[in-house]
Design a protein around this ligand. Structure first.
Ligand SMILES: C[S@@+](CC[C@H](N)C(=O)[O-])C[C@H]1O[C@@H](n2cnc3c(N)ncnc32)[C@H](O)[C@@H]1O
Length: 285
């Protein structure tokens, strides 16, 4: 449990992400961050593969938690999906909706400002075929159990939930900081405690949000209505997005490393050693 209680934590996260929302795509989009662009590409192809494998082809109805500026919802809408996007930060939902309108898929992307732990408030006329939460929104959610219970109601039996969360053992980070004789930094993700992590806006605007690094075990315990079908590291050997300048400086080396990233990322113990871990879970029948 964090010290401030779930409602205050949601309000604090909403305020922080609202403040950086307008800068988000500039910092983490294709012009701002090359590692994140690679991760986005991987995430979208993993999402599409998981939805198709679980009987949710384009045209199906999806629910997104922590949608951010709607990068993934808009891409999925462009190939035919209908998506209800949610996020704790109202500005993020507004930007996602506006982006969908701008590229002509506004009719397929609807939005509600809602924390992941409060999605029980949704009362759709029919269950969703799939749901997803990409790149760390769930690391900020204090009420994962409530989220898990609600998702089990909102996703149809056999439907799929895909999430990418920051894990406690990022190999790159541990090796990098140990080599730089900064052991505390190397091990900072461990221990499961809530800590302040920076979220970057442009022009020096940086806000901190309460974050905890999640294990596969913690997530599957909160999602007891689902069965884990796949877990993999994303990225495994490449640096995390905050080390983008290193990635750009050694682009040729990292392009070569990418193939090992992809071939080992599903295997034990590698799948637990990424910056993010992607989990694919199927709703129990
Ligand atoms: C790192 S961003 C990722 C956004 C988006 N999923 C993407 O792939 O670009 C995390 C997002 O989670 C949202 N968020 C943070 N805490 C949340 C919570 N408890 N419930 C729902 N969304 C949350 C933030 O507002 C932010 O938009």
């Amino acid at each position: 449990m964090s010290k401030i209680g779930p409602d205050r934590q949601h309000a604090a996260a909403a305020a922080a992400f609202d403040e950086i929302a307008a800068d988000y795509d500039g910092v983490y989009g294709p012009d701002g961050n090359a590692v994140m662009t690679w991760m986005r590409h991987q995430s979208l192809s993993l999402l599409q593969a998981a939805f198709r494998a679980h009987d949710a082809p384009p045209g199906s109805r999806l629910l997104e938690l922590g949608c951010g500026t709607g990068e993934e919802a808009v891409s999925l809408a462009q190939i035919g999906y209908r998506v209800l996007v949610t996020d704790v930060a109202p500005q993020m939902v507004a930007l996602a909706r506006a982006k969908a309108d701008r590229v002509g898929v506004g009719g397929q992307v609807h939005g509600v400002a809602l924390a992941a732990g409060r999605i029980d408030a949704l009362q759709p006329s029919q269950a969703f075929d799939g749901a997803y939460a990409s790149f760390g929104g769930l690391n900020c959610e204090p009420d994962l159990l409530a989220m898990g219970r609600a998702l089990a109601r909102l996703v149809r039996p056999g439907g799929v939930f895909v999430t990418s969360v920051m894990g406690p053992t990022c190999l790159f980070e541990m090796v990098w900081y140990l080599l730089h004789l900064r052991p505390r930094r190397a091990l900072r993700r461990m221990g499961g405690r809530w800590q302040r992590a920076p979220v970057a806006g442009r022009s020096g605007r940086e806000r901190a949000v309460l974050t905890r690094y999640l294990t596969v075990k913690q997530l599957t315990a909160a999602l007891s209505g689902f069965v884990l079908v796949r877990a993999l590291a994303l990225p495994l050997f490449l640096p995390p997005p905050y080390a983008d300048s290193l990635y750009r400086r050694h682009a040729d080396l990292f392009r070569w490393v990418e193939r090992y990233d992809r071939s080992l990322r599903d295997r034990q113990p590698w799948r637990h050693l990424g910056d993010h871990t992607v989990l694919v879970l199927q709703r129990r029948a």
